[in-house]
Design a protein around this ligand. Structure first.
Ligand code: GLP
Length: 240
């Protein structure tokens, strides 16, 4: 795994956006795996800017988001669809049919999970999977557990994640307790992985990420098994 540390969050975000720009310019029909959360907001801002400046074209790009809360519709301000619309979809020329995000309101979740992975495969797999990391080491919504699921699946969120994400909701009681997420298998199948880590609250899990040990208690450590991972950190997360 390659690690790059940046003085600031802004520098890290600009670098991440440039990586996406380079990929899309080299492969106009690239397939991107995309994260939500506070960390990638700066990257999306840079991507929108680069698009407006004519440096990138999303005409033939396909996106697959990592996860979604169960029960939240697209127009719910805390749904990940809404987040993505605000941060990316509404600001670039992605075609609606090339935007994919697991449905949090499917009538049959088993079918939804299967078809999500099948759609990724049908597109030839993900070229670049961009990830954030939860304070407990989760990637997507793959929470620390004895057993992790490979494919896309539904999951019960841990108390720690509900508490960490409560800041986006009016009250902690409004945070959904379940989600649908790409599994660690779906993530590790990506050709290249880019992880963004920001802030002192991520120091502990970020250190474990480079420990050489793999444990399902910190799902991000599984990334050490992938052959092409770049981790971008700001100094606060690196803590060295
Ligand atoms: C959520 C998402 C994760 C994301 C995490 C970290 O739980 N499901 O994909 O990595 O938040 O968010 P933040 O960047 O706000 O710390």
């Amino acid at each position: 795994m390659e690690k790059k540390v940046f003085k600031t969050y802004e520098e890290m975000s600009a670098y991440a956006a440039q990586m996406v720009c380079d990929l899309v310019n080299g492969k106009p029909n690239a397939v991107l795996g995309l994260p939500t959360g506070g960390t990638p907001v700066g990257m999306y801002e840079n991507i929108r800017k680069m698009y407006q400046e004519g440096k990138m074209d999303f005409e033939n790009v396909t996106t697959f988001n990592l996860d979604e809360y169960l029960g939240l519709t697209h127009d719910h301000p805390q749904s990940y669809y809404y987040f993505m619309n605000q941060n990316l979809y509404s600001g670039v020329n992605l075609k609606p049919e090339n935007i994919n995000i697991p449905s949090g309101t499917a009538s049959d979740f088993e079918a939804e999970c299967k078809s999500y992975d099948a759609k990724i495969d049908a597109k030839g797999g993900i070229d670049l999977m961009i990830l954030g990391i939860g304070p407990n080491g989760h990637i997507g919504f793959n929470e620390p557990a004895e057993i992790l699921s490979g494919p896309t699946h539904t999951v019960d969120l841990t108390r720690e994640t509900i508490e960490a994400n409560a800041r986006f909701f009016d009250s902690i009681d409004d945070v959904p307790t379940k989600a649908i997420t790409m599994g660690v298998g779906s993530i590790l199948k990506a050709k290249k992985i880019l992880m963004l880590v920001s802030g002192a609250s991520k120091q502990k899990v970020a250190k474990e990420l480079f420990s050489g040990d793999v444990t399902t208690n910190n799902p991000s450590t599984l990334l050490q098994l992938h052959r092409d991972v770049v981790v971008l950190m700001d100094e606060a997360a690196d803590g060295q």
